[in-house]
Design a protein around this ligand. Structure first.
Ligand code: G3P
Length: 220
C-alpha cells in the first residue's frame, strides 16, 4: 500500500519525506486555505519535495473551466495529479484530462456507485472519504472493501487505484492494508501515531541499559 500524506504544510512534508516512506501528497482547497499561502507557491514546493504524485484540486465546477484549471495545475510539475470532484462535470473533465495523459484523482467519493463511475471515466485514483462516513455512523471501511472487490472483478479494464482518504487514526491504515487498498493518504499526525507502542520504548530502554553495563561498544 502506498503512503500519501494529506497536507499542504510544506514543513511537515519535508520533515516526513526524509523518512523515505512518502509515495505522494494530497491537497484540497481547505488544506491550501489552512496553509495560508498562495496555491502555486505551495504546490511548486511540494512537487520539488516529493517525487510521487501530488494531488492539486480544481475549484471550478463546470467542465470547460475544470479542464482549463487542470491544464494550468498540470503545468506546475510533471508529478501533479489533477483532483476533480465526483460530479458529472468532474467525470467529463477526468475523461478529457486522461485523454491527454494527465493524471486525475476523483475526490469526494462516498458510494460504490460513484466509484464505478470514476473507474468508467478512467480516473487514475478514486478517493473515498472514510472518516466523513464514520462521522455520520456509516461504515467507511466497508466502502473500501466494496470498491476493492468491485475493481478486482475487472483487472484488465480498470486501472483506477483506490486511494483511502479522510483518515482519522492508525487502525484505518491497518484495515485499509488488510483490504488491499492501493493507496492511503495520511494526515501527518496519523502517520506519526502509527509507530507508537509503549513496549517498543520500554524494550529499547532496557536493551540499552543492559548493554551499557557490559562496557562494550560496537564501534570503538
Ligand atoms: O484530502 C481529502 C480528505 O482526506 C479530507 O479529509 O479529514 O477533511 O475528512 P477530512
Amino acid at each position: 500500500m502506498k503512503f500519501f500524506i494529506d497536507t499542504a504544510d510544506i514543513d511537515e512534508i519535508r520533515e516526513l519525506a526524509v523518512t523515505g516512506l512518502l509515495d505522494g501528497v494530497t491537497t484540497n482547497p481547505s488544506l491550501i486555505a489552512k496553509s495560508g499561502r498562495p496555491l502555486f507557491d505551495v504546490l511548486g514546493e511540494i512537487c520539488e519535495a516529493v517525487e510521487g504524485p501530488v494531488s492539486a484540486e480544481v475549484t471550478a465546477t463546470n467542465v470547460e473551466s475544470m479542464i482549463a484549471e487542470g491544464h494550468k495545475l498540470a503545468q506546475i510539475a510533471k508529478n501533479i495529479t489533477v483532483k476533480v470532484p465526483l460530479t458529472w462535470d468532474g467525470l467529463r473533465a477526468c475523461r478529457a484530462l486522461r485523454a491527454e495523459s494527465i493524471q486525475v484523482n476523483i475526490t469526494l467519493c462516498f458510494t460504490s456507485a460513484q466509484a464505478i463511475l470514476a473507474a468508467k471515466a478512467g480516473a487514475s485514483f478514486v478517493s473515498p472519504f472514510i472518516g466523513r462516513l464514520d462521522d455520520i455512523s456509516q461504515n467507511g471501511m466497508q466502502l473500501i472493501q466494496d470498491i476493492v472487490q468491485i475493481y478486482r472483478q475487472y483487472p484488465d479494464s480498470i486501472q483506477t487505484e483506490v486511494l483511502v482518504a479522510s483518515v482519522r487514526h492508525p487502525l484505518h491504515a491497518v484495515e485499509a492494508a488488510k483490504l488491499g487498498a492501493n493507496v492511503i493518504t495520511l494526515p501527518p499526525k496519523v502517520l506519526r501515531q502509527m509507530i507508537n507502542h509503549p513496549f517498543t520504548d520500554i524494550g529499547l530502554k532496557a536493551f540499552l541499559e543492559d548493554w551499557d553495563k557490559t562496557g562494550q561498544k560496537i564501534i570503538k
